[in-house]
Ligand binder design. Structure first.
Ligand code: APR
Length: 316
């Protein structure tokens, strides 16, 4: 990416998460945003609406909508949220197959039109889709990163702040593992203005907040009844795009290819990474307790089950 140029972010999937990510990217003036979807009119309508919010919100990013992948050409970052949500009666394997076919198709388009981009993948089941996208794109793993830990850690940060009645900007934390019930939140790495969380609340309360974080997505689904979370997921994807586009080198928990770190390899899973203009520039290895390490390995086992499912379907 050249310094001083006008950046371009393609949001592939203009549903709830994609459009929200587009909104935050525009608000932060990360660059111009191209919303892409297969539904005719949807990305165009949302893009026009978001552009018209610009004069009021004070941003100059241009948001356009398209059904033509050729329009993502030259994108510096592609945020991929396209996919189907799980519907009643649909098994996990059905969802896996349907989203895997969508992601496979999109990867072909990205490889064709934006071969130098960094992809931030959001579609669930996240870590399995990230591994699939990595295989299909043929990019170095640094340029395919999954969004999960940013969201999970934001949820834990918010819960800690709500519990202590303090500013959530002061709360820092780290969540490893796969996105879902098997995530591995790390209370030892959770601090409020540098103060370890254990000094501020009882172990019971820490455990309760960790458990709420694990079930954070489900809590919102139960409340909304007809959909899943999108503000925090959209904000998390935009935050990752920000670190990449502005070469901020923020340390964020992201789904990334492990190559021996934590005793794991050839699997995408959440770990702290340095995100900069090259994408994942470093994967950090933290000291874990035996229990945490075992939980991370169990989490990786679940991801591998999903990968095996795709292999059995002939998709991978
Ligand atoms: N190309 C582009 N867009 C597609 C394609 C495709 N091949 N297939 C589906 N889409 C679009 C749909 O038309 C829809 O507009 O993806 C969009 C998905 O939007 P929503 O149904 O609103 O789903 P959303 O809540 O945004 O979640 C998207 O992110 O957090 C994850 O679990 C979530 O996997 C899901 C994804």
């Amino acid at each position: 990416m050249e310094v001083g140029k006008r950046f371009k972010i393609a949001c592939i999937g203009a549903g709830n998460v994609g459009a929200t990510a587009a909104q935050y990217c525009a608000e932060m003036e990360l660059g111009d945003v191209v919303l892409t979807d297969i539904v005719e009119g949807l990305p165009q309508g949302k893009a026009l609406d978001l552009t018209q919010a610009g004069p009021i919100r004070g941003y100059g990013s241009i948001v356009t909508g398209t059904n033509d992948y050729a329009d993502i050409e030259g994108a510096d970052v592609c945020i991929v949220t396209a996919g189907l949500p799980r519907k009643p009666g649909m098994s996990r394997l059905d969802l896996l197959e349907k989203n895997a076919r969508i992601i496979t198709d999109i990867c072909e388009k990205i490889a064709k039109y934006a071969p130098d981009t960094v992809v931030v993948l959001v579609t669930n089941p996240l870590d399995v889709m990230a591994y699939l996208a990595y295989q299909k794109l043929g990019f170095p793993s640094a340029r395919l990163v999954g969004m999960a830990g940013c969201l999970d850690s934001a949820r834990l940060r918010a819960f800690v702040a709500m519990e202590l009645n303090v500013n959530m900007k002061n709360v820092d934390t780290m969540v490893l593992g796969s996105h879902g019930d098997d995530m591995v939140p790390l209370p030892e790495y959770t601090t409020v203005s540098g103060i370890p969380i254990a000094k501020l609340m009882s172990q019971d309360r820490v455990d309760a907040l960790v458990e709420r974080t694990r079930k954070g997505g489900g809590e919102i689904v139960a409340l909304l009844k007809t959909g899943s979370a999108y503000y925090a997921p959209g904000a998390s994807a935009a935050r990752m795009a920000q670190s990449i586009i502005r070469d901020e080198k923020q340390i964020l928990p992201c789904s990334t290819l492990l190559t021996g770190q934590y005793g794991l390899e050839d699997v995408y899973i959440g770990a702290p990474v340095v995100l900069g203009k090259a994408g994942v520039e470093q994967v950090l290895e933290l000291d874990l307790t035996d229990d945490q390490r075992a939980a991370l390995h169990a989490s990786a086992g679940e991801v591998r089950e999903g990968i095996k499912g795709l292999q059995e379907l002939g998709i991978l």
